[in-house]
Ligand binder design. Structure first.
Ligand SMILES: Nc1ncnc2c1ncn2[C@@H]1O[C@H](COP(=O)(O)OP(=O)(O)OP(=O)(O)O)[C@@H](O)[C@H]1O
Length: 276
């Protein structure tokens, strides 16, 4: 069990210097329903810096609704979300203005959409797509923007010669890698991902997953990732929440959940997908 995983079993965890690690994100009793059992209800959890939480469940179980509420994009009917900003201040997400939530999404957070066209600006170049997030953080120097864009194109294995090309001239896998670069260039502390490998060929998915795993580890990112693919969850997530009909039916360490599921629904999910 990693240190980050272990802290979820403890009320408090201490750094080697004796300081307590504070949760980055605290979710308490979140509900957003569109109809009976349609949406998400009574969801609570804490996420620590550098931790990857996977949200899994069948289609329509409420994963995307929950992700939209968590990322400040959909007002909940009830419940609270607190986020610890990089300056240490604890923000009550839905007590803040919409403008504040939008700023967080552009600066301290990232959101990787399933369809890269929803997360990229298709009418501006690859370099501008990456540089835009830095500009939102106040970087204005053209040389710095260009250098950082090139560095990130390299990180996501896109040839530097493509920097001035429009994203629509890229393949689906390249567009998704560009979207990842656009999100990570600003060094977010928390990234939301909605089925980031969905809609891609299996071989392209595998390459993207390897890249994502390396970036998440190297940058120490906290991630909340929605996926219906348990193989993706196994590869990326430290912890899982299993959703069914708007509720979390089981949560825990990824290996525990996938190797020894307790809830009958999770058992069904695992046995139907992870056949040896
Ligand atoms: N804006 C909306 N208006 C009405 N109903 C909605 C809305 N958004 C979601 N729903 C309903 O809420 C339920 C949960 O949908 P949601 O998209 O969150 O599920 P999901 O687990 O992400 O599914 P999928 O994996 O297919 O994307 C579904 O029954 C859906 O029809």
């Amino acid at each position: 069990m990693s240190a980050l995983q272990a802290i979820n079993n403890e009320a408090q965890c201490n750094m080697p210097n004796g300081d307590a690690i504070e949760p980055l994100f605290q979710v308490s009793d979140i509900t957003r329903l569109f109809g009976p059992d349609k949406g998400c209800q009574a969801v609570s959890f804490e996420l620590y810096p550098g931790e990857v939480l996977g949200i899994v469940g069948e289609s329509g179980s409420g994963k995307s609704t929950l992700l939209n509420v968590l990322s400040g994009r959909c007002q909940p009917d009830a419940g609270t979300i607190h986020y610890r900003q990089s300056d240490g201040v604890l923000t009550d997400l839905y007590a803040s203005s919409e403008a504040r939530r939008r700023t967080l999404l552009r600066t301290e957070w990232g959101f990787v959409e399933q369809n890269p066209r929803d997360g990229l600006r298709m009418t501006v170049s690859a370099g501008a797509n990456i540089g835009e997030r830095l500009m939102a953080q106040g970087v204005r120097n053209y040389g710095t923007l260009r250098t950082e864009s090139l560095r990130w194109l390299h990180q996501v294995e896109i040839d530097a010669s493509r920097i001035d090309d429009l994203p629509r001239t890229f393949s689906g896998g390249m567009q998704q890698r560009l979207q990842i670069a656009r999100n990570l260039v600003s060094h977010p502390s928390l990234v939301f991902m909605d089925e980031p490998t969905g809609g891609l060929d299996v071989s392209v998915q595998a390459r993207l997953l390897d890249m994502l795993r390396a970036l998440v580890r190297d940058l120490g990112l906290a991630v909340i990732i929605v996926t219906h693919d348990l193989a993706v969850a196994r590869l990326l997530a430290d912890r899982l929440m299993v959703m069914r009909r708007s509720r979390v039916v089981e949560s825990g360490l990824t290996d525990q959940i996938l190797d020894d599921p307790q809830h009958p629904y999770t058992q069904l999910l695992v046995s139907s997908v992870l056949q040896p």
